[in-house]
Design a protein around this ligand. Sequence first.
Ligand code: UDP
Length: 480
Amino acid sequence: GSDGTQLHMFLFPFLAQGHIIPIVDMAKLFASRGVKITIVTTPLNAISISKSIHKAKSLAAPQIELLILEFPTAEAGLPDGCENADSITSLDLLPKFFKALSLLQAPLEQAVLEKRPHCLLADTFFPWTDDVAAKFGILRLVFHGTSFFSLSATEFMRIHEPYKHVSSDTEPFLIPHLPGEIKFTKMQLPEFIRENAKSEFSELLNRVKESESKCYGVVVNSFYELEADYADCYRNVLGKKAWHIGPLSLCNKGTEEKAQRGSESAIDEHECLKWLDSKKPNSVVYVCFGSMAKFNSAQLKEIANGLEASGQQFIWVVRKGKEEEDDGDWLPEGFEQRMEGKGLIIRGWAPQVLILDHPAVGGFVTHCGWNSTLEGVAAGVPMVTWPVSAEQFYNEKLVTQVLKSGVPVGVQKWVRTVGDFIKREAVEKAIRRIMEGEEGEEMRKRATELAEMARRAVAEDGSSYSDLDALIKELKSSAV
Ligand code: UDP
């Protein structure tokens, strides 16, 4: 279109909080630059999304609409209300969930036909959107929700399969062509790669690859200065067309800080901040494992004991496994009484970015989901890395070996959502390393510098700000 046409984008996040949250932030960001945005989702997910764009509506003419597609749970054999990956409680539901997602193709096509967006930005887990875009001749962008580091590492891992040449699961190997001599072990890879098993998920990943080769480009929630070598590698060595526009959690700061992100908080945000206000700077460690990971009672008990032994004040977000619904035995005897005033347990959803950004918070124990990792970077806190599954082991390497703003708790093995078992001594030791002593100070210094770089990246004329400009200009001139 000519310069006069308003660019209209469909944003279509995967149905999981770790994908919805950055896309909603992205919607606000694009809207603030004059792009008309339609977020495509399902009825239950629409409830929390509309709450988090509600505040944005009061801003100067942000143009964000919701397009709600019925989710075919019954047709796909899913239980009622199963519209988000966090409600997938058993492995056999996963293929059904993806089946339901693929059934969204027809209603999405209908919506594209009616609303005629110029561009469809779709999650990597919707490979079939390549057909939709082709059918209507619109541009398609892909969103992965992870770092340049892990995008590059995954790609080299896929091409060269270095794990096929080691003699044991624990023998370290290098990822060929990945800058920085990063070592990996086979244990840190997902089972279906480790065991070379043909699963429905590996088929999906093949389809994802094929689909990505046809897209117009990739949008990345990161900033150039954080991982310049890997951004360059992804673009120049792997030849991907990509724009970095993050940290997305920073892009809407100041205008609507209290807007809900993800689900409704399980704690009064005001109370939580008041509690933090009473603490000294950098004296509280925040412990949270994202929206999916669910530890069993034995692991929760080790964490509790490790936290107590570390002597640090803490906020600990607990999301228990389904089989552990009753509140009985996962806390050590008398733990909450002993920790009164010293530690706060949030059972359920926490206002994570508000907590991380509070000056009292001086460390973050994280599962290394990319959103959490980047939020930790933007908040300038050193991290204890505790990867569980997905691509979290890659993000751990970035933090501990490249950025050197964190230490590993010592997880050895990728275990889908439930995680590898970690002992209390390891928890205590890692927390002390980031919160105390010279090593902790060094990491805090680096973390503070990274946070400053993040702020500059999204400020006017910063690298992420400029890349977003370039993307919008290019979309405008290519849109027909
Ligand atoms: N989050 C939150 N409160 C919680 C747990 C998670 O606000 O109690 C947010 C967190 O800030 C992040 C997202 O949910 O934006 C989780 O995404 P991430 O990529 O870190 O992990 P995932 O949940 O996808 O494993």
